[in-house]
Design a protein around this ligand. Sequence first.
Ligand code: HEM
Length: 161
Amino acid sequence: MGSFGESKVFTEHQEALVLKSWSVMKKNAPELALKFFLKIFEIAPSAQKIFPFLRDAKVPLEQNPKLKPHALNVFTLACESAVQLRKGGIAAARETTIKRLGASHFKYGVVDEHFDVTRFALLETIKEGIPEMWSVEMRGAWAEAYDQLVAAIKAEMKPSS
Ligand code: HEM
């Protein structure tokens, strides 16, 4: 499979766009995180089955306190991935994290469609979160950071030894 993050150039400008927008969105992180997750389940209700804490939850979906941390994880790791892409690739910088995420997401039963829905929901959430900063370039920068992160995770999606 080769190494990640080197096939396409992630520019300094793209990194700046991701970091700048995240620093603004961070102020509103809990609300954004919830929106992000509800979008995923609106498009793909069956994805709820993947989350162990939702299977027998007694509180309504939108009030589940455990949703937010995952949404924030996706945001922050995509952001970190943007920074790492500029430094020469995700795999080299965060091998243990990516290996762990690959093994855990394999175990949860996450498949390509889940990553696709999450990608769509992430970009929509950013668009709605920072309408004044949104642009084709901004979309491209986040999409690339997410795609590279997911490619790295998918390459490690195998049972942990
Ligand atoms: C847990 C990151 C995509 C489902 C986690 C954790 C992290 C994380 C850091 C906690 C540590 C762990 O369990 O390994 C990410 C990133 C993603 C991503 C960076 C995309 C770039 C997805 C997708 C799904 C998913 C698409 C399914 C729709 C889960 C589940 C857990 C989890 C079910 C366990 C949650 C729990 O039991 O609290 N993820 N994830 N993840 N993720 Fe993801």
